[in-house]
Design a protein around this ligand. Sequence first.
Ligand SMILES: *[C@@H]1O[C@H](CO)[C@@H](O)[C@H](O)[C@H]1NC(C)=O
Ligand SMILES: *[C@@H]1O[C@H](CO)[C@@H](O)[C@H](O)[C@H]1NC(C)=O
Ligand SMILES: *[C@@H]1O[C@H](CO)[C@@H](O)[C@H](O)[C@H]1NC(C)=O
Ligand SMILES: *[C@@H]1O[C@H](CO)[C@@H](O)[C@H](O)[C@H]1NC(C)=O
Ligand SMILES: *[C@@H]1O[C@H](CO)[C@@H](O)[C@H](O)[C@H]1NC(C)=O
Length: 388
Amino acid sequence: MKLSTSLATLSLLGLSLAAPSGRQDPPLLTNVTVFDPPENYTVPRTLYARVRALECGTLLATWENYLPTDNPDETCPDNCPINPYMPIYQSTNQGRTWSERAKVYDQVNGWGLRYQPELYEMTEDIGDYPAGTLLLAANSIPADLSVTKIDVYASTDKGFTWSFVSNVAIGGLALPENQYTPIWEPFILTYNHQIVLYYSDQREPEGQNNTLGQKMVHQTTSDLLNWGPIVDDVHYANNTFRPGMPTISELPDGNWILTYEFYGAPEEAFAVYYRISPDPLTFDQREGVFLSPRDGTIPVGSPYNVWTPAGGPHGTIVVSDGNHRELYLNKELGAPDAWTSLATPAGTSYTRSLLVLPHNPSRIMIIGGGVLGGENNSVLVTTIDLNE
Ligand SMILES: *[C@@H]1O[C@H](CO)[C@@H](O)[C@H](O)[C@H]1NC(C)=O
Ligand SMILES: *[C@@H]1O[C@H](CO)[C@@H](O)[C@H](O)[C@H]1NC(C)=O
Ligand SMILES: *[C@@H]1O[C@H](CO)[C@@H](O)[C@H](O)[C@H]1NC(C)=O
Ligand SMILES: *[C@@H]1O[C@H](CO)[C@@H](O)[C@H](O)[C@H]1NC(C)=O
Ligand SMILES: *[C@@H]1O[C@H](CO)[C@@H](O)[C@H](O)[C@H]1NC(C)=O
């Protein structure tokens, strides 16, 4: 009696009864614009978007940013290009609105930061850099594409200002064909008090022209300045094969999952594969498995993975590919027969990426920068809820 009276009182007052815990999730987001470039941007305008959540809850996004090639500075010589920078955009309301926090310029090569940004918040002190330092790794490449250089920048003020830290590796002409020797696609994690940087590598033997297609490798550092030897993560003897686009997540059973695209896969060119390893530095000893959802879909191209504690006793591995709007879920720690598909309202993107939202781990944010060659690309975020 007393309860219904107070419910009635609440109703009369027009109060919602839906959120007794006091914490209310914001509405799910569909194609919220992070950045829509001006008309004068060069096709494909934007690509390869990344989003990370800082410890404080702020979301930061970055992407490949295709500036206009016509330099309005008339005093500039004919061959003076506009060097691209990596934008850093911020959201303090879980993705509903976005604004610019910084532009990260190339401070050492005079070429710009052109491709494949990776953003990371350090979880522990490494060298002189305290936990909470942000890292941005990117491929610095001149306008003629003749060199690929994976450089690391750091920010000790949450991404407002940035300084060059070190160069990890240098490769040749930035074209994805086997006779060239570029490096691509950095991805960062922390393991055993070291920063590990994974990337795709067309150089082999080192310093000579490529004879072995592409492989994936990593290098580690204990001070962010000196990088250790190149260690293979996925390499195949067949010199037409090109595994690439490494991303890695830690699983709750002590294993790690690496997903990658595999040009050379029998299922389809660039089919998505994965490896599970008890040590994220020894994936090369593990067997590659085709990511095969039960509905028969063949995931293809530019995968990205995250693990969330939501969705079951083992949590959920969530994987995106480059050719489908669906996500692929695995609630059995990566068991090959346990992959399912989940429809999403997000469009496809070249290397769409994922974030487990910190306020509610059943919520996954998808960020996409559009498709290769896209004339109308913009950077969009969508959130989905694994429980809905
Ligand atoms: C591109 O367009 C924007 C917005 O109209 C303008 O502010 C900017 O100066 C233009 N950039 C170039 C290089 O023309
Ligand atoms: C690499 O290829 C270039 C162009 O095809 C050639 O000029 C050069 O001699 C080659 N270098 C080696 C080490 O094979
Ligand atoms: C490499 O793979 C291709 C495509 O599957 C195949 O045609 C070729 O025979 C393989 N080469 C070797 C040396 O195994
Ligand atoms: C979201 O945007 C993509 C284009 O990136 C489009 O294909 C898709 O239909 C949009 N989703 C909805 C629900 O409008
Ligand atoms: C981009 O947008 C313009 C204007 O809406 C349209 O004419 C064009 O077909 C679009 N291009 C692509 C590749 O969708």
